[in-house]
Design a binder for this molecule. Sequence first.
Ligand SMILES: Nc1nc2c(ncn2[C@@H]2O[C@H](COP(=O)(O)OP(=O)(O)OP(=O)(O)O)[C@@H](O)[C@H]2O)c(=O)[nH]1
Ligand SMILES: [Mg+2]
Length: 434
Amino acid sequence: MLNWFRRKSKPEEPETPPIVEETVSSPDYLDWAKTAFQNIQQRKAQEQQQEEVAETSEQEEQLQEQPQEEVVQETIAQPSWLEKSDRLEQLQEIAPETPALDEDFVWSAKVLAQSGRKAEDVSAEEIQWLKKLRQGLDKTRRNVVNQLKSIVGAGPLNKEAVLEIESLLLQADVGIEATDEIIKALENRLKEEALPPDQAIAYLKEILCEILDRPLKDSNNQEFFPQKNQLNIWLMTGVNGAGKTTTVGKLAHLANQSGYSCMIAAADTFRAAAVEQVKVWGERSQTPVISNSSKNADPAAVVFDGIVAAQSRSIELLIVDTAGRLQNKKNLMDELAKIRRILDKKAPEALVESLLVLDATLGQNGLSQAKIFSEAAQLSGVVLTKLDGTAKGGIALAIAQQLNLPIRFIGVGEGIEDLRPFSSYEFIEALLNG
Ligand SMILES: Nc1nc2c(ncn2[C@@H]2O[C@H](COP(=O)(O)OP(=O)(O)OP(=O)(O)O)[C@@H](O)[C@H]2O)c(=O)[nH]1
Ligand SMILES: [Mg+2]
């Protein structure tokens, strides 16, 4: 089973940074992609066979014994409640299709091969994700990055080129500070030296990845994943409409897929529809949801119930959806502090992380929100959503550079599979080499 949270998604750090970008020629990547494709097809056929066998034996078992009803809280959505046909439908919805061997596939294969992966090991889900990432960043790439690449690759930088690069970076919402830093680094190297285009682009990639990874140097956890056999609690915060609830559902799915037991606490009690929305995501991701549908329920009380349920069922990851409708910073701080107190008191053993969900389409405006949240909550990082709907993908660089917050996950669509852990390498490849 692939643990998505710990998937190797970048090349090993070389002793000295590579100057030549490509070590394997393109036709080799095509062969690599073909091998990966054949392996995926074979595995899929095997899985189908196994499923059929399991299905038959399940039917036989069911004939022999009545299913035992588990005693659960009323608000916990149990997969066992689901009729078989529903279950099959859900499995179909989330089952990885075999990706077609097309241009996207070959591009994804190349990114994986460059991370040192073996064609025998890559999964259909990984290819699908990279395809989505590439497609999701299409707007930013088409509107901004392609021009940037052609200028940087065109030889020694003159004043005009520098101005053009500056304006392109600002258009992509990279922000003034990060833009300055990128320009300085480029000028230092490219003003005198005439690097071949490939090397100039490789250098640009290096600069961008370094900015994105810098906050990790100050962070306790470079990798961001739930610890096994222990309660991890992840709080989702962010202003309304940022994509918190959607992210909760996608993360629950990712956790289940990666072999963690998971539960959701619907602590956005400010509007009734919010709880319903979480329940839909609970069903979609086959994850129990703890909620309290009474009017004006206290979010901290829902968190309390969530902890009790998680502890009694040895859940590894409890994801908490919070409200985005708080009027001001004081309310926000009070609310988060109250939730934190409950966590400290009821689950002192738990590993607690706070993630700020940020809508990438807001560009620089999102940054000021992020500042408020980072003052109110001890943030472990950012989930950057809606990168598919914007040409402002450069905001990722501004977040890392100005707020010193690591990006932990990115969302590139509304579907359950459209969120994955962030990899600076894959992100920059999708932007610059997509
Ligand atoms: N295109 C796209 N849409 C997204 C993504 N993530 C979330 N959305 C959409 O953004 C809208 C708001 O998402 P929610 O998850 O409800 O946001 P929220 O932060 O929970 O909002 P409140 O509960 O009102 O605070 C929904 O229509 C989602 O489908 C993404 O990565 N890409
Ligand atoms: Mg919500």
